[in-house]
Structure formats: C-alpha cells, structure tokens
Design a binder for this molecule. Structure first.
Ligand code: SAM
Length: 454
C-alpha cells in the first residue's frame, strides 16, 4: 500500500519508522512518503492559511496550496514503478476532521483494500471545504473522518491513527494473523480481559477458568466477559448487534447485566426481590403464565380453580412476608414481566400438591419461574433462574434446589437442564383434584460457589 502524508509538520511522522510499521516499510508492504505542504506555496512567507470568509476566529487552510499538492500526488503517479498494478487502482483521499464520520474498525478494514492512501492533515480551523468537494466531484474517493469526539490542534495524530489502524490489517503485517481476528470491534464487541503471568499479583488472582485447560469453558468465559464489558462501556455497540449472532448463553449473559435484546430493540431489565406492594401484580402475572406450564389436556376450569386458590394476591403477599420464601421479580422497562419463587423450610412443599415427593427436608424448592410471553427466549428466564439459584446457594442451608415440571413440558426440562438441573424422579402434582405427572429435577448447590464464581 502506498501512503502519502501531507502536513506543515512533517517531523510528526518520524514515528512511522518505529515498530511493526517500520518493518512493513522495510519489507515493502507499506510505502509511506511524507510531504511538507509548504513546498507547494509560492509566496515569500510560504503561506498556507488565510482569514475565514464570514468572519470568526482562526485561520483556514487555502485551497490553492492544497489543490496543487493533491493534484501532484494523484497525478504524478508516485509509485508508477509498480509494473504489476492493475488498472483499477483505488486511491482514497482521507481528510481528518473532528466533523468527519467516526473512524471504525470496519472502515479501517475497508481502507486496507485501497492501493493508495493520501492523508491531508489540516491545522488551524481546518482545510477550505472546497478541497473535499472538488476531489469528490472529480470522482476521487474522499473520506472525511474523525478519531473521536474531541478537538486536536492538527490532523497529524489522526493521520497516524489511520495509518496504524489500516496497515496492521494488511495481509502479512502481523506476525500472528489470529491476533487480529479476536480483537475488540472484530465481532461487534469489546475484547475480553487479558491476563499473563504471574498467576497471583498483589493478591489479585488470574480467574481459575483460564488455568483450567478447558477450551470450551475458556471460550464461554471470554465471550461472557466481552458481552458484559461491552454492555457496560458501550451500550451503543450492544444495540447494534445482529440478533442472530447471539446464542441463548449470550442472551442470558446480557440479561444478567440488565440488557434484553429483541427485534424491537434493547430493553432494560432489573431483577430484584419482590416488594410487598407487588403481590397483586405478581398474582396477575402468575395467572396469565401458569396455563402455559400446564399440559394441554388439563381442563381450563381446573386451571382456574388452581389460580384462584394458589396464585392469588394473598398467597403472594404471604410469600413476600415469609422469611423462608424469596420472590425475585423481573422488571422490563418498568413493567413486571417475570418472577421466580424460591421456598425453604417446613412449609416449602405443599403436601396437598405433591405426593409422593422426591424432595428431602432441607432442600430449597423452586416453586415457579414464569416469564411473560414477549420475553421468552430473550435470556430473561435464565437470568431470573440463575439469580434464584445464587440466592439459594448463598442465603439458605439447602444442599440442593428442586423443581418439578410436567413430564410433557420438554421446553421447561431442557431449560432447567441447561442450568445444571438433573432429572431425579417423578411426582404427582395435583391441580384442582386432577393428578398431573411431573418430572422432578435437582440442582446441587454445594458446588455452586466453585463452579459459578468465574
Ligand atoms: N474548526 C474545526 C472544527 O471545529 O471542526 C477544528 C479544527 S482542528 C483545531 C485542526 C485540525 O485538527 C483539523 O483540521 C483536523 O485535521 C485535526 N483534528 C482535530 N480534531 C480531530 C479529530 N477529532 N479527528 C480528526 N482530526 C482532527
């Protein structure tokens, strides 16, 4: 790639001789030339600027000087010694300016396919607008770009930024081409945190998973950290992710940091303990979601009796008031959209509903994990469930958490298995006198801290 840099401070570009870029120049991968704009001036003072039309502070760089400079660089065929150049040479005139479009990794990758990059570094209040307009009109590709929402004194630093961002993407530039593939912005995310030796430094340990040798676990861990970091630092990047690039684990990771992505956009999720005044809202949510968990053959009448008897406001008020129970609610954009109820203690399992139980005294019981229809598949249910499991592990003595679900509800069984539950047996769950055959799934809580911490 040929690069021409034009500036009134050509000394700025001595940095180009350093490091990898210097090596790329030595090997001929990059051929960079630096030009002093003043060589195209004709007056005694070698002037490049004049006062702005319309008044105002500062000086503007004159089009005549820039025009001569750029005509020379475009037409002088500066690299005509390249006999193998194809006809369709791609020349790009890049003009750094704080009012340009933001330089992105995607744009850098695009410019890495150009043959010839001319970078016009402004100073003062910038270059007369007619320079960009004129060369664009003449059919040249003009790229006015900004390296960030701040103002520098001149375009030289921005030119160096562009040169470095583009040239490191040229084939053969990096010693290890893989290091480009996994970087921040290569997949629309910021990169995961990196660690090296020693394992422990000033009482800060490298996350254990990175020492495990379990490549799948490491990949998952890195992906989760990348998603979390991006959600926190660059919500704009999360909002631009294509939904089909996210798997269910990705969605849950995002949900756990409060972000739900759907085809209607991003939504804010808060998961917290239920408040006393929310009993009626939870009862209403339970009433509309309970039928989805029932087998199709269960008569609506039986469901309604169950809802009236067990999923009413008073029952939820009692759960919220009971220190042995814990309800977590999911609030999406301010609306109560899901809940999970964890029960412990003597009354955790209603003897009327479960016989014979596969539940030992002392186990925690996950009574419900229900989510409103629009939020299914968004990661919300997984985040709610994990929050409940974390609670049971950290705040109860229970060695296991137990859940029952209808034997025909394969979707729910798959969901629980994905969250570490294993099938342990069966039970009868009575709905308004009608026995239903459930499977009972159990998740061990004793190993929770060790496995979940990372
Ligand atoms: N009057 C200009 C404005 O407000 O947009 C600012 C001109 S600035 C002081 C002088 C030169 O610095 C610009 O012509 C440009 O070459 C360079 N420059 C300053 N900030 C930049 C940024 N964020 N990105 C790219 N170039 C920048």
């Amino acid at each position: 790639m040929k690069i021409d840099l034009v500036s009134i401070f050509p000394q700025y570009f001595t940095a180009l001789d350093l490091s990898l870029l210097g090596k790329a120049a030595e090997t001929g991968l990059v051929h960079a030339r630096v030009h002093d704009l003043r060589q195209w001036t004709h007056d005694r003072h070698r002037s490049v600027d004049d006062t702005p039309y319309g008044g105002g502070a500062g000086m503007v760089m004159m089009p005549q000087v820039w025009g001569e400079a750029l005509d020379t660089l475009i037409h002088d065929a500066p690299h005509s010694n390249d006999s193998d150049r194809s006809e369709a040479v791609r020349t790009v005139l890049a003009i750094p300016t704080p009012s340009g479009s933001p330089l992105t990794q995607a744009k850098a990758a695009d410019l890495a396919t150009a043959d010839h990059l001319i970078i016009a570094c402004g100073r003062y209040e910038g270059i007369d607008q007619r320079i960009g307009d004129h060369y664009r009109e003449r059919g040249l590709e003009v790229y006015e770009y900004s390296i960030g929402d701040y103002v520098l004194n001149g375009g030289e630093v921005a030119a160096l930024v562009l040169v470095e961002a583009v040239t490191r993407l040229l084939e053969g530039f990096m010693g290890n081409p893989d290091s480009i593939v996994e970087e921040s912005h290569s997949d629309g995310l910021l990169e995961y945190p990196a660690y090296t030796k020693p394992r422990s430094w000033r009482e800060l340990d490298v996350p254990a998973v990175l020492l495990s040798g379990d490549h799948a676990a490491i990949a998952r861990w890195r992906r989760n950290r990348a998603l979390e970091r991006t959600a926190k630092r660059r919500p704009d990047m999360i909002a631009s992710l294509a939904l089909d690039t996210l798997d269910s684990a990705d969605r849950m990771t995002l949900a756990r940091v409060g972000v739900l992505l759907t085809d209607t956009g991003t939504h804010h999720l808060e998961i917290r303990a239920a408040r006393a005044e929310e009993a009626a809202l939870i009862a209403r949510l339970a009433a509309r979601t309970f039928p989805d968990a029932c087998p199709p053959e269960l008569p609506a009448e039986a469901m309604n009796v169950f809802i009236t008897d067990h999923l009413n406001e008073d029952t939820f008020a009692a759960h919220i008031a009971n220190p042995e129970d814990q309800i977590f609610v999911a609030i999406v954009d301010g609306e109560l959209s899901g809940y999970c109820l964890v029960r412990t203690g003597e009354t955790a399992i209603d003897a009327d509903m479960i016989r014979p139980g596969k539940i030992d005294a002392g186990d925690a019981y996950l009574s419900k994990c229900y989510v409103d229809t629009p939020w299914r598949g968004t990661g919300l249910a997984g985040a709610l469930l994990e929050r409940s499991i974390e609670y049971a592990a950290a705040h109860t003595q229970a060695p296991r958490i137990v859940v029952g679900t209808h034997r025909s509800n394969f979707r729910a069984q798959k969901f629980y298995r994905k969250h570490g539950f294993v099938k342990k047996g069966r039970r009868i769950f009575t709905v308004a006198g009608i026995p239903n055959h459930d499977v009972v799934l159990v998740r061990d809580l004793t190993t929770f801290a060790a496995s979940e911490k990372d």
